[in-house]
Design a protein. Structure first.
Length: 536
């Protein structure tokens, strides 16, 4: 095992602002943070030396049992900082590597230092550095008869961050030392230069990593992606990463253009890779979770929050939020149920909710992001005649996974009473103009209730039909799972009733006035922060 000595320059002469290295971040000074991190890297034969001209820093080093080279007024050289340390390089002949670590880079990671040492050991280079991230200064090395250091033909040497030097670098026999350039992640190169940087450092130190695992495909639609994005937009204090299966191409397409990092893995490797990312919290929005996968996550020590989960893995989560189920469907004590936890998308925040009007001018038809059964076109044909008679404009909204878009475009092309929109990101503006709706039994139901829009609700499959919020007491007419033999007639009957009977529609409208889902999103955000703080 090669012997290493870690050298930390901590000179007042090089300070960015008064007493910067003894300023505290979360009750620890910068020099203390640097020493503690360096200690965590030490092997048995390694050593640390701090170089300073400060009595305060000398005292901190002594209390932390770290060797300190103190430049007093009597022995102070005419050079300081890293140049001073280089001039003493011959004093460290017993060590194979000299590793210079700046205390001004609090996020330099142990793994980065260790990997750089390993890379240097595998090459014949004498020095490692990162040329585009550091400041430089010209130096002379007195002990080596003004030997020059050449880094990319520049007579200079790095003044801070991380520099690793082989012992043979100080040998007179080496005339042209070789340099290994290393690039480091941008976060690790964050440098303390001001009081404001100290504040930012404290914020970044408290920052945790949250992973959203989401699904989005033709089978399950895009509601889970939209919910995850809405939550993520509310969280600015922590790092966000999205994870999906490789098969979920819709997730990749819709998340890739956002500000969040997206990782996609094969289905069987997702949880293993999530654990390797070392998250503090995993938020699963993938419908029912797998028991074995949940056990793997919990054994790794990570906190877990699941949405819309009634699967076998749900019981193992720290918290499950099933807002789309109006009543409990299991006895799990870790589960919250009902609309009090519904997360309204950001686009509805400033949307103008309806006041009751007698005349219906527009109706919305929308069946989610995929509409696998093409109910949009089927229902459009059913209500078109009545809408023509009453001069009602039909607003049709389909999602990015809708496979029959071309067919629908052909059907609606020459029909002036039908507007077709394939961008769900503006559905709130369309809802502001519509007084009625015919929709599927998903998240759209809650958005309609928020906007005070009575609606006929048709479930696309059995699971969707378990969502019981769509009820007359909440302003909706539920027709159950779509059945071609019976549902079409029920739609005609109920649509006629809503259009012709203002008293009936007014009762449904009044039933929705109690709902305002702006505040419920804040409730869920508080739960997330409690999980992160281990208070839940």
């Amino acid at each position: 095992m090669p012997k290493k000595i870690f050298l930390i320059p901590a000179y007042k002469a090089n300070q960015n602002f008064r007493d910067d290295l003894i300023k505290k971040v979360l009750n620890k000074s910068l020099i203390e943070m640097s020493i503690n991190k360096t200690k965590s890297i030490l092997d048995r034969n390694d050593s640390i030396v701090v170089f300073t001209d400060s009595e305060e820093i000398k005292l901190i080093c002594q209390r932390l049992l770290v060797r300190v080279f103190h430049d007093t007024e009597e022995n102070k050289s005419n050079i300081s900082g890293i140049s001073r340390i280089f001039s003493l390089g011959h004093k460290f002949d017993e060590f194979d590597y000299l590793i210079f670590i700046s205390p001004y880079y609090p996020f330099l990671k142990k793994d980065s230092i260790e990997s750089t040492i390993l890379k240097l050991r595998k090459t014949d280079s004498n020095i490692s550095y990162s040329i585009d991230k550091f400041k430089y200064q010209e130096i002379s090395i007195n002990s080596l008869t003004s030997k020059e250091i050449f880094l990319n033909d520049i007579k200079s040497v790095f003044i801070d961050f991380l520099l690793i030097v082989r012992k043979d670098y100080f040998s007179r026999a080496i005339q042209n030392p070789k340099a290994l350039e290393i690039q480091y992640p941008s976060k690790q190169t964050f440098r303390i230069k001001s009081y404001q940087d100290l504040w930012v450092c404290e914020k970044l130190t408290l920052r945790k990593r949250i992973i959203f695992r989401v699904i989005g495909n033709k089978k399950y639609g895009m509601g889970h992606v939209y919910r995850a994005l809405t939550i993520a937009h509310e969280i600015i204090d922590h790092e966000i990463i999205f994870v999906s299966n490789l098969e979920d191409d819709l997730v990749v397409e819709n998340i890739a253009g956002t500000d969040y990092l997206l990782r996609s893995y094969p289905q069987q490797d997702v949880v293993k890779n999530i654990i390797s990312l070392k998250p503090d919290l995993v938020i699963n929005d993938i419908l029912d979770t797998n028991y074995n996968e949940m056990v793997m996550l919990k054994r790794s020590g990570v906190k877990v929050l699941n949405f819309e989960d009634i699967g076998k893995g749900a019981k193992s989560a720290d918290l499950v939020v099933n807002e789309i189920f109006d009543y409990p469907v299991n006895q799990n004590k870790n589960t919250l149920w009902g609309p009090n936890y519904f997360i309204l998308r950001d686009e509805f925040r400033l949307a103008k909710v309806h006041k009751f009007v007698k005349n219906i001018s527009r109706v919305l038809v929308s069946f989610g992001g995929t509409d696998k059964k093409n109910l949009t076109l089927s229902i459009l044909k059913i209500i078109e005649k009545k809408c023509l008679e009453k001069d009602i404009l039909i607003e049709v909204v389909v999602g990015p996974g809708y496979a029959n878009l071309q067919q629908l475009r052909v059907y609606t092309k020459h029909r002036e009473n039908i507007n077709l929109t394939s961008s769900t990101g503006i559905i709130s503006s369309i809802m502001e103009k519509t007084q009625l709706a015919i929709c599927s039994n998903g998240r759209t139901v809650f958005e309609l209730a928020h906007m005070n829009i009575p609606a006929i609700i048709v479930s696309q499959h059995t699971r969707e039909n378990t969502h019981s919020f769509a009820d007359e007491k909440n302003g909706f007419i539920p027709l159950g799972v779509y059945n071609e033999n019976t549902t079409n007639e029920e739609i005609i009957e109920n649509f006629d009733k809503l259009v012709e009977n203002n008293d009936f529609r007014k009762n449904l409208f009044d039933a929705q006035k109690k709902y305002d889902f702006i505040s419920t999103k804040k409730r869920v955000k508080k739960l997330i922060y409690k999980l992160l703080d281990n208070k839940l």
